[in-house]
Design a protein around this ligand. Sequence first.
Ligand code: C2E
Ligand code: MG
Ligand code: MG
Ligand code: MG
Length: 282
Amino acid sequence: YAKSEGRNRVEFFHDALCEKADCEAAMMALMHKGLREDQFFMVYQSKHSANDERVVGAEALMRWRLDDGTMISPGQFIPVAEETGQICELGQFALRSVFEQLVAWEGLEGAPERVSINLSGRQLMSPIFLSRLEDMVKETGVNTKRVELEITETWLMEDPDHSARLLKALKNLGFSLSIDDFGVAYSSMNYLRHFPVDVIKIDQSFVRDVMSDKSLVAIISAIIAMGHSLDLKVLAEGVENRDQLELLRALGCDEIQGYYFSRPVEADRLKFVHSVAAALSA
Ligand code: C2E
Ligand code: MG
Ligand code: MG
Ligand code: MG
C-alpha cells in the first residue's frame, strides 16, 4: 500500500514538474539546485498535552519553495528523494536546521522542550548515517535529550537486527525515538518489545474518521492500552477539531498534534516564541 502510494506521488510529481524524458535527472538537478540555493526550510507544528493543552514540543517538517514561489509538498518530493538517494542530503539538512534552531532557542522561555525530526528508512540504512549524526551533534552542540527521531514501522522490519542495534545506538546518544504513522503498516506489534521506542504516534487516518466510525475508537483504545502497558507515550496526529480532541483525551491519549491547535509554521512564528517576543518588547 505504502509503496504504490509512493509511486503515485512520484508520478504526480513527474506530471507537475517535468517533461517525460530524463525526468529523474531533471528532478535531481532541481533538488540539487534547491539545496544549494536555500529553497528548503523547516516548519514546526506544536504538540500539546492532552490534559492541559499546553505546548510540550514540536515536529519539524520540511518545505520546498521554488524560485517562482511554487510550494512542493514533502508528500511529493520525499518519495522522489528516496528513489534518487538525495534523501540523505535532505535528511542531513533537516537534522542540521533543527539542531541549530534548538541551540538558538536555548534559554528562551517558552521555547519547545523537544523537537522531533522525521527520518526516512533509506537515510537510516546508510552506513555513514550514525557517524555523520554524531559529528553534527558535536559541531552544533545540541542537547540530544531535546531531540526526538520519528521513524516509520516498515523499514524497521526489513532488517530487525540491524534496526535494533541502530536504535540502541541512537538512544545511547541521548535521542528519544517515536514510531510515526503507527498502525497503517501491517507489521507485527511484537517488534515494540525489541526496540527502545519512547512514543507511538497514532496515524492521522485513524483520527480523521474516529467520530463516525466506532471500530476506529476500538482500534485507538487498543493502541493506547498497549502503548501504556509498554510504558510508551501515545500521541494522536491530525486532530482537527474539539470533538476529536475530547474523545482522544477521554480514551487516554497523552499528546495531541494537529490543525486544531496549529498548522506547521516557520520557527519565528511559533506561538510560544511569539509570546516571548511580545513579553520582551513590552
Ligand atoms: P508525518 O511525519 O506523518 O507528518 C504529518 C503530516 O500531517 C504533515 O504533512 C503535517 O503538516 C500534516 N498534518 C498535521 N496536522 C494535520 C491535521 O490536523 N490534518 C491534516 N490533514 N494534516 C495534518 P507534511 O508536512 O505535508 O508532511 C508529509 C509527510 O512527509 C510527513 O508525514 C513525513 O512522512 C514526510 N516528511 C516531512 N518532512 C520530512 C523530513 O524532514 N524528512 C523526512 N524523511 N520526511 C519528511
Ligand atoms: Mg512525522
Ligand atoms: Mg505521521
Ligand atoms: Mg506520514
